[in-house]
Design a protein. Structure first.
Length: 324
């Protein structure tokens, strides 16, 4: 049942993707803001309470609805419920259209347009950056986006669905990612003090996200290694993951670099990839070839092969469970 829900959700998301910041995400953002305003006292214990309520209550509601549907109406409706939850938590097309637009601009030789599209996607980017830097950034952002919007959701959904918690895992991962970003953002000094996020709450959100993302990040990295250059990916994972300021992202990026033999990191690593700990976005680069246009094709192939691998694995696990 969970495999069918996941497969249909992936296909539906390709045909009818939800826009970033859709109404459900906006509703969660308002919920998180309300909790921050009322529970953010600067105390770590209150921070964990706020995080638990922000993520725990929606997840509990999802599980309750799942089991109510199973027992009162039937498994088919429970599957449709799982499909709906996975659909709104996936985001394959939320980043793939950015990737496609930048790739097309680069293919046409319009590096300035490509840099502007990159800026629109990830925020502050230097429109005067070189073609190599543009390609490198696109690969970095795409690897992290694929992990956060696809593979991490699939991992948590599959694991918790297998123990009877329905689509709770997909929601847990997605909400944790949203909170890690929302509660890490600093407001300007001109804003009211009530809208400020305390250091304690930021630490709680970051720590919770690290714990939730620890296993999925490593499974994503392993997936890239299996469908890419395994030896180089594993070696880069072991030797170079620590180059990046965010440990889980570093695992994914290092494995990506080794899997397609591309140099990632360096100057100007910004946005979610670098995090607030990086000094001026400077990250020690990995080994590998300088980023070239051909690496974009390699990145697309890497992601799609990993998706197919996961679906085949889930089919085999589903069959083993049915036959066992």
């Amino acid at each position: 049942m969970s495999f069918i829900a996941l497969l249909i959700a992936l296909l539906l998301e390709q045909v009818k993707p939800l826009a970033s910041g859709h109404s459900l995400e906006q509703g969660f953002s308002h919920w998180a803001d309300w909790l921050k305003i009322n529970l953010d006292t600067g105390d770590v214990r209150h921070g964990w309470t706020a995080w638990g309520l922000a993520v725990g209550l929606p997840c509990l509601a999802v599980v309750v609805v799942h089991w109510w549907l199973v027992w009162s109406i039937g498994w088919m409706f429970a599957m449709l419920w799982s499909l709906g939850v996975v659909y709104v938590t996936l985001g394959f097309r939320r980043f793939s259209h950015h990737f496609t637009g930048i790739r097309d601009a680069l293919a046409a030789g319009d590096d300035i347009q490509a840099a502007e599209l990159l800026r629109d996607w990830q925020g502050a980017s230097d429109v005067t950056m070189s073609r190599t830097e543009i390609i490198r950034h696109v690969i970095e952002f795409s690897a992290i986006a694929a992990h956060r919007h696809v593979f991490g959701v699939v991992v948590w959904f599959s694991v918790l669905a297998a123990i009877g918690l329905g689509p709770m895992g997909a929601l847990l991962f997605r909400l944790s990612a949203l909170l890690s970003k929302s509660w890490a953002e600093q407001t300007s000094a001109a804003d009211d003090d009530i809208s400020q996020t305390s250091e304690a709450l930021q630490q709680v959100a970051a720590r919770a996200w690290y714990l939730v993302d620890w296993v999925p990040a490593r499974l994503t990295a392993l997936s890239f290694a299996v469908v890419g250059n395994f030896e180089d990916a594993v070696d880069a994972w072991r030797q170079e993951a620590g180059h990046f300021p965010q440990p889980n992202d570093g695992v994914v990026l290092a494995a990506t670099a080794g899997a397609i033999n591309v140099r990632l990191g360096g100057a100007g690593l910004q946005s979610e990839v670098a995090g607030s700990e990086a000094d001026d976005g400077m990250v020690e680069p990995t080994t590998g070839r300088e980023a070239e246009f051909a690496h974009l094709r390699s990145m697309v192939g890497l992601v799609w092969r990993a998706v197919v691998m996961w679906m085949v694995l889930l089919v085999l696990l589903t069959l083993a469970r049915l036959l066992g």
